[in-house]
Design a binder for this molecule. Structure first.
Ligand code: ZN
Length: 284
């Protein structure tokens, strides 16, 4: 796993984002809005990794940096600067692990994946409860409502969370796994314990990621064990309303955490609606 590290990326963010004190693994007592940098790969002056901003729910972006005699160029995913830098980096990082990660971004994977093509994040043939309908990743009421909360049948139980689609694993901060699927799509799984995958690993749909819990090592809190499941495109959270996940279409409610999953006339609503995973893949 890449080490958490205080490097030039972090140093730059001191000046440009917020005061930066530490990138030690976060504990409940130390959670703040300070970004945590995790270097994924470094090749020939290039670096690629994740910056995580702990909060009510963590926000994560990829960064790309290049050291030259003239200084450091740095950009984060979702910006024009990142796209420009990634075109150069794509050549420099070709054939490396960092290049594989970069290839999952929109910049180099544009058009490769129009659909998110997501399954449900648990074992096929099982039903889980929709404990929270579409809501904002950061606990705010404004859109995008990019996240759903799920847990297995027994309230308080801990259950196996699985990859909604294959891709490359990143581990931006504690209790959080993200999978970079390609074409700019990313899925995010928070409140996991006993995580079973490592950063840089290529995994298939259905791979075991970890177990639902109340752990919140990257900020926020959880009342009961669940997975906070989010979808991102090009580094930004997206509205789930209308998206098909595992053959179920997401319908947002009148407020956050309400809403339903709908399939073939069946309507399963939060809190507590029982959602069956047939193994179908979403088309939206
Ligand atoms: Zn949530």
């Amino acid at each position: 796993m890449p080490q958490r590290w205080v490097g030039r990326v972090a140093a730059l963010f001191v000046a440009t984002v917020v005061a930066f004190a530490t990138v030690q693994p976060a504990t409940a007592a130390s959670i703040s809005t300070q970004p945590m940098a995790v270097r994924f790969a470094a090749v020939n002056g290039w670096e690629i990794g994740t910056l995580a901003y702990p909060g009510d729910e963590p926000r994560v972006v990829l960064y790309l940096s290049r050291q030259t005699a003239a200084g450091v160029a740095l950009a984060t995913e979702g910006t024009a600067e990142f796209e420009a830098l990634s075109r150069e980096a794509g050549v420099a990082l070709a054939g490396t692990r960092g290049g594989e990660l970069l290839a999952t971004t929109k910049s180099l994977g544009a058009g490769a994946s129009v659909s998110a093509a997501l399954g449900l994040p648990w074992t096929d043939g099982k039903a889980w409860r929709l404990t929270g309908g579409p809501h904002n990743n950061a606990g705010k009421s404004k859109h995008p409502w990019s996240s759903l909360d799920f847990n297995g049948p027994a309230s308080g139980g801990s259950y196996k969370v699985r990859a909604a689609r294959g891709g490359i694993v990143v581990r931006p901060c504690a209790n959080l796994v993200q999978i970079r699927h390609g074409g700019g799509w990313t899925t995010s799984y928070y409140h996991l314990k006993t995580i079973q995958v490592r950063a840089g690993q290529s995994i298939d749909r259905g791979s075991l990621l970890g177990y639902t819990s109340t752990k919140a090592g990257c900020g926020g809190s959880a009342n009961g064990p669940h997975v906070h499941f989010s979808v991102l495109k090009n580094g930004s959270h997206v509205n789930l309303n209308g998206l098909s996940i595992g053959g179920w279409t997401v319908k947002e409610g009148s407020g956050q955490y309400y809403g339903c999953l709908v399939r073939n006339g069946a309507k399963k609503c939060a809190p507590g609606g029982s959602v069956y995973n047939s193994g179908a893949i979403g088309t939206g």
